[in-house]
Design a binder for this molecule. Structure first.
Ligand SMILES: NC(=O)c1ccc[n+]([C@@H]2O[C@H](COP(=O)([O-])OP(=O)(O)OC[C@H]3O[C@@H](n4cnc5c(N)ncnc54)[C@H](OP(=O)(O)O)[C@@H]3O)[C@@H](O)[C@H]2O)c1
Length: 282
């Protein structure tokens, strides 16, 4: 037998042992057995051997940045349990995320202005500091808190804009500035902006400005995060569960299924993306 053929046989035998006896990912096994190209490894393996567990190309959550597909159920053994702080946890989107992430096996700390395990007002840096002192180190911080002024552009004043600027915008910025020292290496911030950044509804100038600024903050901050910490923004369209509350103000907007929206937050928290605006508009 040629040495090259013999070595390949040994590598594939080792790969079969790993596939059958460990929970390692295919890409990891491929590398461990000396194949840098996972697709090549998979086709070679399939041609040469049979086993209980066949390697598969990993399923992508995203085909392109605007297309979200259902998140496959996580293999428990492969998923690191994280300590996740959700601010705005009792709101429409926050509630959905609290259920989603706890059902994926993570530890959740809920926070909100009037409800949740911790009370925080994100428009106050002191209150944010207090919250982080109470949580200690975390693996992920998700914010779905805050809103902005809706009203006619013609009569809009800076006083009307101030609560949204201090809350949804500066509040989320301060969550990052004050919270990065509490974020474990490899951890993530996920902020929430919104479709108004690109497609404002009538009366939505203030919210458009706030959402656009959040997106831009994420783009800048991601470039300078240390120790593999990450930051992303999820930009929701009008979500299904808000149809009754907001539907009349957003004529012509597609409703976003709650599971699809939750996928974007999962991608940000459990995935490797950094500096992305994850748009979920329909
Ligand atoms: N729902 C949609 O269709 C949609 C679409 C696009 C973008 N968004 C954005 O997504 C985010 C969440 O939306 P949502 O519909 O889930 O909102 P929501 O139902 O109004 O919930 C907001 C949550 O944030 C908390 N909160 C508000 N201001 C706060 C502050 N200063 N400090 C701490 N907590 C505060 C609220 O707590 P309290 O109730 O105790 O005040 C509540 O739990 C918002 O930024 C919104 O603009 C939503």
């Amino acid at each position: 037998m040629l040495p090259r053929v013999y070595i390949n046989k040994q590598r594939l035998a080792h790969a079969r042992m790993l596939l059958n006896n460990t929970a390692k990912q295919i890409a990891e096994i491929s590398l461990e057995c000396g194949y840098e190209n996972t697709s090549y490894f998979i086709s070679l393996f399939k041609k040469n051997t049979a086993t209980h567990r066949q390697p598969q190309e990993p399923k992508l959550l995203f085909k392109d940045p605007n297309q979200l597909l259902p998140t496959p159920a996580p293999a428990r053994s492969l998923l690191k349990k994280m300590k996740i702080l959700i601010i705005g946890a009792t709101g429409t989107i926050g509630k959905k995320l609290t259920t989603t992430f706890s059902s994926r096996g993570h530890e959740i700390i809920t926070a909100g202005r009037t409800a949740g395990a911790i009370q925080v007002d994100i428009s106050s840096p002191e209150s944010i500091n207090k919250m982080y002192t109470a949580t200690g180190n975390i693996d992920a911080c998700i914010c779905t808190a805050g809103t902005g002024y809706y009203g006619p552009f013609d009569t809009m004043t800076s006083e009307q804009m101030e609560p949204g600027l201090k809350g949804k915008l500066l509040g989320q910025v301060n969550l990052v500035l004050l919270g990065k020292q509490y974020l474990n290496a490899g951890g993530s911030f996920t902020l929430t902006s919104g479709i108004a950044a690109e497609h404002p509804a009538r009366n939505g100038t203030c919210v458009a400005m706030i959402n656009g600024a959040i997106n831009s903050f994420v783009l800048g901050a991601a470039q300078e995060m240390k120790q593999e910490r990450r930051i992303n923004a999820v930009s929701p369209g009008l979500v299904e569960d808000s149809k009754d509350r907001y539907g009349a103000f957003f004529p012509g907007y597609n409703l976003v299924p709650m599971d699809k929206l939750a996928n974007a937050y999962i991608l940000s928290v459990e995935g490797a993306v950094n500096g992305k605006i994850l748009k979920v508009y329909s």
